[in-house]
Design a protein around this ligand. Structure first.
Ligand code: SAH
Length: 357
């Protein structure tokens, strides 16, 4: 039978896989067993699922499939210890994931879309445009395949900060979270998972009410509506004011601190009034700031404002951070991870777009 008519099992939540097994006339616990093989043992071949009776394995081979992304490139940066994976989907799209090792933890950064529709002016993925949402299977497979490469248990944290906007692929993002945090999976606990969003207020509130309680990061980049609208066009549709109201609700409901991501752009968001506005905002809710030096996107030959963007010089970043800390704001500076292997958002996949056969 053609694969088109088979049910894809990778990406089904535990509840969905149980239902699927019932629809095949099997008991629910058989679904748990298959889920356990996929997520705990990283086994994707029915014949290796030894506790399933042979007739069931045959039935599964006929009706279902466990497909995988194809790993087409892997780049290791000796400078930072970062490893970048480039995967290809069955319809020949490229997506990327990065593993960032840091004191005692290994963080996997995953993508939720091929490209991105938001067109943030500082982001290489934005320049490449939007292709499609990833399926739940494609989102979780970035974790499964990198766990298989490095051994189960190696990945301790997951951040949804790769290509795409997770809250615009909401249902699949939620399903992938349900899979990662499931008690059968024993994968990554929800307080070690961060969803990063450019700000879709009603989806932030929906997430707050979903009971999932992952950590939330808002890509802030400016406290001023007019500046934010220039560098993040989505702000013209969903204002900062609405987003701040939404993250306040999120923080209260989930009892978590909000992370504000702040990419430092010279003369755009690094002035004295910027630091003062940040202090005021962060003092008003449980939060911390993730300061990110801007990774140049000049290699994309961008036009308009994107072509003019420059990173704030390191001395200015240091002063900016010092002022925040003096005012008791919790700040974390993200080093330009994997700059030497183009690990900034979207860069590797973009490089490969032109090489595609
Ligand atoms: N769409 C989501 C997640 C993807 S971007 C979001 O907007 O949060 C992940 C983070 O990387 C965001 O904070 C984004 O603003 C930042 N980023 C994107 N391009 C960058 C660049 N060239 N230099 C530094 N940070 C960048």
């Amino acid at each position: 039978m053609d694969n088109l008519f088979r049910t894809e099992l990778k990406g089904l939540t535990p509840g969905e896989i149980q239902k699927y097994f019932e629809s095949l006339g099997e008991r629910k616990f058989r679904g748990d067993q298959v889920f356990n093989w996929i997520y705990n043992h990283l086994v994707f071949d029915f014949d290796q699922m030894r506790n399933l009776p042979k007739p069931l394995r045959e039935k599964l081979k006929l009706n279902s499939i466990i497909s995988s992304l194809q790993l087409i490139d892997k780049q290791y940066s000796p400078k930072t210890g970062t490893t970048k994976y480039l995967f290809r989907t069955s319809d020949n799209q490229n997506i990327e994931s990065v593993i960032i090792p840091e004191k005692g933890r290994n963080t996997l950064c995953i993508s939720t879309q091929v490209g991105c529709p938001l067109d943030c002016k500082f982001c290489a993925t934005g320049v490449m445009g939007y292709k499609r949402n990833l399926t739940t299977g494609e989102i979780v497979d970035q974790y499964l395949l990198s766990a298989k490469e490095n051994g189960k248990g190696y990945i301790t944290n997951i951040v949804y900060m790769g290509m795409g906007e997770p809250l615009l692929n909401y249902e699949r993002t939620i399903s992938s979270l349900q899979i990662f945090t499931n008690e059968i999976t024993k994968g990554v606990s929800r307080n070690r998972i961060t969803i990063s969003t450019a700000g879709i207020p009603h989806k932030i509130i929906e997430l707050a009410e979903s009971g999932i309680r992952a950590k939330l990061a808002l890509s802030l980049h400016s406290c001023f509506e007019d500046i934010r609208s220039k560098i993040m066009p989505i702000n013209q549709r969903y204002s900062l004011r609405e987003n701040i109201a939404a993250v306040r609700i999120y923080s209260k409901k989930t009892k978590t601190r909000i992370t504000f991501e702040y990419t430092m752009l010279k003369n755009i968001n690094d002035r004295d009034e910027d630091v003062n506005a940040l202090i005021k905002l962060c003092s008003s809710l449980p939060s911390k700031i993730n300061v990110i030096p801007f990774n140049s996107i000049k290699h994309m030959n961008p036009s308009g404002i994107s072509a003019e963007l420059e990173s704030t010089p390191p001395e200015r970043i240091a002063l900016f951070v010092e002022k925040l800390r003096e005012n008791h704001i919790s700040v974390f500076i993200r080093e330009t991870q994997g700059d030497d292997i183009a690990a900034a958002c979207g860069q590797l996949a973009v490089k490969y777009l032109s090489l595609r056969i």
